[in-house]
Design a protein around this ligand. Structure first.
Ligand code: KIV
Ligand code: ZN
Length: 448
């Protein structure tokens, strides 16, 4: 079956930028937009032109130089916003005006103070106006998932008749459940006349941690555009994470027969660039691009990884642009991982020699979280006087760690001496009862 093409609408520079600490200036936005272009997203929502002079300038600058993707600018459903958005976008090779208006009773009553009828007319008029300026018009009924269903269907029909080319369904407050959100998309497809002429889009926030699940559910129900951000940044708990959506479809084509034009090897560079620009770090365990996403510390996992990375990796680090897997040496590490790191540092040991180093390593790892190379070098020097052999050839190393060994890192010609923690003394360590072990099964249990 031919995979269905999904449009990736990136809103890192608009919704993402709205998250605390993530604001960017014009050159920063431009730099990020170039990376989004390299990443292969279909739409870049470059900003909200009426919001500030800076936002206007950023949208205008991006529209002028980024020519492949569609460049979108956000506007409330009123003339000044729409005209300002068009001013910023008009030189884009593929401009899109994105108009939004809240439709839930809560928003109508407390925020906008208008009736449903006024809301319907305002949405229709705004889309007509946008359409008179720009062929490509997207409409979003803000807070759609808490909007009365019959009223939402009326709004969607009105904006389709007025000329919207994309109808985006936002789960503005991250309230929906995956099955429920999928049903909503399906109902819109079944009940709105003319909906087949437009693209249905999903825009999910992550307040319950369900933004990606909801987006995938929407796609399964017929949405053909997803709105998302790098690193999942965005208002409050963020937006659906672009990297997670893209890789879910790539890793599980058996369940999600969808394709995007995203160049997955550019995901990690995009994530790093955003983090560097905003100064907002990525949580270490963040899926796909977090520091630990490809790190393996537990002995069983490291042992499996060294035998075949497929044991614990469902995608290669390189497929998302991460240089290689990282075997973190800590108290859960096994002897195989320790041995490999010793080889990478230029040392090869007999089994008994390694046992001795391993005993000391475990004691040290109990005291300090991560055993770095210099700690290991000192352990080796104190234990065996630093007998050095040439590093193992890269080709002999398992794929996942081969890149590290061949990465041009210079291993020292002779063991260096680094101070270990003051309280650590390799002599007088208790004898480990597991020191004498000879079978593969013992290797497997060691360090678990
Ligand atoms: O979350 C939201 O409702 C929005 C709209 C402007 C699309 O960001
Ligand atoms: Zn949003």
């Amino acid at each position: 079956m031919e995979p269905v093409r999904i449009t990736i609408f990136d809103t890192t520079l608009r919704d993402g930028e709205q998250s605390p600490g993530c604001s960017m200036n014009v050159p920063e936005k431009l730099r990020m937009a170039h990376q989004l272009d390299r990443l292969g997203v279909d739409v870049i929502e470059a900003g909200f032109p009426i919001a500030s002079e800076g936002d206007f300038a950023a949208v205008q600058a991006i529209a002028a130089v980024i020519r492949r993707p569609i460049i979108a600018g956000l506007a409330r459903a009123c003339r000044p916003d729409i005209e300002r958005a068009w001013q910023a976008l008009k030189d884009a090779s593929r401009p899109r005006i994105h108009v939004f208006l809240a439709t839930s009773d809560i928003h109508l009553k407390y925020k906008l103070r208008i009736s449903r009828q006024q809301c319907l007319e305002q949405a229709r008029d705004a889309v007509r106006l946008a359409k008179s300026l720009c062929q490509d018009v997207e409409f979003s009924p803000e807070d759609a998932t808490r909007t009365d269903l019959e009223f939402l269907l009326q709004i969607v029909q009105a904006v389709v008749e007025a000329g919207a080319t994309t109808v985006n369904i936002p789960d503005t407050v991250g309230y929906s459940m995956p099955a429920e959100f999928g049903e909503l998309i399906q109902t819109i497809r079944q009940r709105v006349p003319g909906i087949e002429k437009v693209t249905i889009s999903a825009h999910c926030h992550n307040d319950l941690g369900l933004a990606v699940a909801n987006s995938l559910s929407a796609v399964a129900a017929g949405a053909r555009q997803v709105e998302c951000t790098i690193n999942g940044i965005g208002e409050r708990a963020g937006n659906a994470s672009l990297e997670e959506i893209v890789m879910a479809a790539r890793v599980r084509p058996d369940r999600y027969v969808y394709k995007t034009e995203v160049v997955s090897e550019q995901l990690f560079p995009a994530s790093q660039m955003l983090s560097e620009i905003t100064g907002v770090p990525v949580q270490p365990n963040k899926a796909i691009i977090g520091r630990n996403a490809f790190a393996h510390e537990a002995g069983i996992h490291q042992d499996g990884m060294l035998k075949n990375p497929l044991t614990y990796e469902i995608m290669t680090p390189r497929s998302v642009g991460v240089p290689d897997s990282t075997l973190v040496l800590g108290k859960h590490s096994g002897r195989h991982a320790l041995n490999l790191r010793c080889e990478q540092l230029g040392f090869q040991f007999e089994r008994r020699e390694l046992d001795e180093i391993y005993r000391k390593f475990v004691v040290l790892a109990d005291k300090i979280k991560h055993v770095e190379d210099h700690h290991l070098m000192e352990l080796i020097r104190q234990t065996h006087g630093g007998r050095r052999i040439p590093p193992a050839p890269v080709a002999d190393l398992p794929l996942a760690i081969a890149a590290a060994a061949g990465s041009g890192r210079d291993y020292p010609q002779k063991p260096l001496s680094f101070p270990l923690p003051a309280e650590f003394s390799p002599s007088g360590l208790p004898l480990n009862p597991m020191a004498e072990h000879h079978s593969e099964q013992e290797d497997y249990l060691w360090g678990v």
